[in-house]
Design a protein around this ligand. Structure first.
Ligand SMILES: [Ca+2]
Ligand SMILES: [Ca+2]
Ligand SMILES: [Ca+2]
Ligand SMILES: [Ca+2]
Length: 702
């Protein structure tokens, strides 16, 4: 048995994608974990060798397929360094791939570095491809490309860098034209992803033209006492391209080190040496959850006075309200910029929800011409400013077109009308339509209000312009807010308008792999490891948003939603009588027709990965030593548990939970099911597993 979880084996068998049917120009080799004592020639699945033997024979065009299992020990790491002559070529890369995606794990056991390809100055490693592997628990970084050119890491899940050192889950160090695509990262480490070009010797090569694409990550803490980031791009790493990169954090692990440092989602700074950095963030999302123990500075942070040529386009910052533990909401800003060369900083189609809004540092006098930095922004639901003393937008004069909605304060007192954004699109009462300074200050500063068109069922923060209030609202007929429904590929939004091609970003491409790996990670330590993640559901439902097609917002896409769809479809184009009509236009071409139905059908019945196979029961008790009996046994053969534990049951199973009458002199109070207190006070709770469920036993005095 592979990971010791029967259910996961059952689930994984038959659900992994077939290995790609590619004709390899070179040889194909096979490797197996050290624990199986592989001693073959590697030329067939029945004669595998250890991974390290591959480097002695590998030639351009060769492929190493890793058989299922957990790879541990130094001979089982993917380790290539400059002492090895091996390199791929443009026509014949060297590929290391899981035979069955998701069934290969390289575990550094806190001592080894699972995936490392590193060249030397003047002798970079070239044309390696690593695909379909999980890697974890490093004594350093988990995935490191150092002095590499034209290397690719694809469909790799990685977690837990060494928390005591300045180590990151993914590190790209002085790399050129490398691609990290459809990957994920979580757990400990100072950063989840770093692109780094070196700082010290100006004659050394730096890094350029690297791409990070469709990447989800969750930072969970570090014991390295410095500021931390999810995604960091800095120090002469030039022309970096980030497309559809999503980050969040769950920093319970940092409880040992309360807020002595700051944390950012996306952090961009250049080094002291050069002014040639050039970075684009396209379709990126940072979201801060409802509870944390970390002092957060901002979701997007662009700093270092010499940063040049930065573009943020179609990016979303979301900060959950009521962070119940840790620090106030107002400590997180959606965007902070400090730049000397503001004329080369471009922020377009930004959505900021919650937190403390955006702060644009002052221009240095005489450096750049005046001109907008931020265009077509949507800023909503930002919080009370009493702690920061700053409103939703600091320096609104750097903003061209903006829609404010439901902020405590939109912007500070204006000295002159020229300090206001050029266009405010919010409805009356939000400060638009006035050039009178007194009126502007009266209306624009005060932000509270509602705009029901922005809060209708069926909406999503990822598709703000499907709200009638925002669709083509800007003076140039453009939309306001981030467009996150389609993929970006090589700098092009694949919404059909640029090159006629439509590529949807959702469901998230690594959804099932991330779900299974984060589920197993959670089950290892249900107290300290966050719950498994359905990236699609988690991100699409931010701020009460709905899954596509869930027009009534009840959490599913079913026949009731289909009826809504059909009602809209039979009207002339987008029916005026249906407030949700715009969200029915799934391909966003301004009509509702059969093409939209095809997209709706893709979402019909969507839930989360493996929902048909099992449901999760999360059990918690207020005290760590409360022993709770659970019956029957779950799919992994587990039943009762102590404190916090998680069980997997078949759909619709009926589970009986019994809490003890008294613990440490405290009497049982009641059960809470999914956050709702049950009034009957019975110690026996019967739970129907029609969905994932959370049950908590509450004792008097809690
Ligand atoms: Ca529904
Ligand atoms: Ca329904
Ligand atoms: Ca159409
Ligand atoms: Ca359409």
């Amino acid at each position: 048995m592979f990971f010791g979880h029967v259910i996961l084996l059952l689930v994984w068998a038959g659900t992994h994608p077939d290995p790609q049917e590619t004709s390899f120009p070179g040889h194909t080799y096979y490797a197996a974990p050290e624990s199986e004592k592989p001693a073959g020639d590697g030329l067939s699945p029945s004669q595998p060798f250890p991974i390290q033997d591959f480097w002695k024979v590998a030639k351009p065009g060769d492929t190493l397929l890793l058989l299922d299992g957990r790879y541990m020990g130094s001979a089982s790491m993917i380790y290539v360094d400059s002492s090895m002559a091996v390199n791929g070529t443009a026509d014949g890369p060297i590929t290391i791939r899981a035979l069955n995606e998701g069934n290969v794990r390289i575990d550094g056991e806190g001592r080894h570095l699972p995936i490392r390809i590193s060249g030397a100055g003047g002798a970079p490693k070239r044309y390696f491809v690593v695909e379909g592997i999980d890697a974890c628990n490093s004594g350093d970084a988990v995935v490191m490309l150092s002095r590499c050119e034209d290397c690719t890491v694809r469909r790799v899940c990685a977690w837990n860098a060494k928390p005591e050192t300045n180590s990151h889950v993914y590190t790209l160090d002085r790399t050129f034209r490398c691609l990290v695509e459809d990957c994920a990262a979580w757990g400990l480490g100072r950063k989840q992803f770093l692109i780094y070009g070196g700082t010290s010797n100006q004659d050394e090569p730096y890094g350029a033209d690297n791409i990070l694409r469709r990447f989800w990550c969750r930072w969970e803490g570090t014991r390295n006492l410095r500021h931390s980031e999810n995604i960091s791009f800095q120090y002469r790493a030039t022309r970096s391209l980030l497309e559809n990169v999503i980050c969040t954090y769950d920093a319970w692990e940092s409880i040992e080190y309360p807020p002595t440092w700051t944390f950012s989602g996306f952090y961009y700074t250049d080094g002291p040496a050069e002014h040639i950095a050039n970075t684009r963030l396209l379709g990126c999302v940072g979201y801060a959850p409802g509870a944390s123990n970390v002092l957060s500075s901002s979701i997007f942070l662009i700093t270092g006075l010499d940063v040049l040529d930065v573009t943020l386009q179609d990016c979303l910052s979301y900060v959950a309200p009521a962070r119940t533990r840790g620090l106030p909401d107002s400590s997180i800003r959606g965007l902070v910029t400090y730049a000397r060369h503001y004329d080369s900083v471009h922020v377009e189609h930004l959505t900021v929800v919650g937190g403390a809004g955006i702060k644009l540092g002052a221009r240095l006098p005489g450096v750049d011409p005046n001109g907008p930095v931020v265009r077509n922004a949507l800023i909503m639901k930002t919080v009370d400013t009493t702690e920061t003393g700053q409103p939703a937008v600091v320096r609104p004069q750097y903003v061209d077109t903006i829609h404010f909605f439901d902020n405590v304060e939109n912007f500070a007192f204006l000295a002159s009308p020229a300090d206001a954004p050029a266009h405010i699109l919010s409805p009356p009462g939000f400060g638009n339509g006035s050039s009178d300074l007194a009126q502007m200050n009266l209306n624009c500063r005060v932000g509270r209000g509602t705009d029901p068109q922005l809060d209708a069922p069926g909406r999503s923060l990822l598709r703000p312009h499907t709200s009638p209030a925002l669709r083509h609202a800007a003076p140039d007929g453009n939309d306001v807010g981030a467009r996150l429904w389609f993929r970006y590929v090589d700098g092009v939004l694949k919404d059909g308008r640029t090159d006629g091609r439509i590529e949807y970003l959702w469901p998230w491409p690594m959804e099932a792999r991330i779900w299974r790996a984060t589920l197993e990670y959670h089950l290892l330590d249900p107290v300290n490891h966050p719950r498994p993640v359905s990236v699609t559901r988690e991100v699409l439902t931010l701020d009460g948003g709905s899954l596509p097609g869930d027009f009534d917002g009840d959490g599913d896409v079913d026949d009731a939603d289909l009826a809504t769809f059909n009602r809209c479809r039979t009207g002339p184009n987008i029916p005026a009588e249906d407030a949700n009509g715009y969200s029915v236009d799934f391909d966003e071409d301004d009509d509702i027709d059969g093409d939209d139905r095809l997209v709706f059908d893709r979402w019909y019945g969507y839930t989360r990965p493996d929902f048909a196979l099992y449901r999760l029961l999360f059990v918690r008790a207020a005290a760590p030593d409360v022993s709770i009996s659970a019956s029957p046994t779950d799919l992994r053969g587990a039943s009762s548990g102590v404190g916090t534990f998680t069980r997997l049951y078949p759909p619709q199973a009926v589970v009986q939970l019994t809490a003890p009458q008294e613990v440490n002199g405290r009497a049982f109070g009641h059960w809470e099911l999914n956050g709702q207190a049950l009034a009957n006070g019975r110690r026996l709770l019967s739970v129907v597993m029609n969905d994932d469920q959370t049950a908590e036993a509450v004792y008097l005095g809690d």
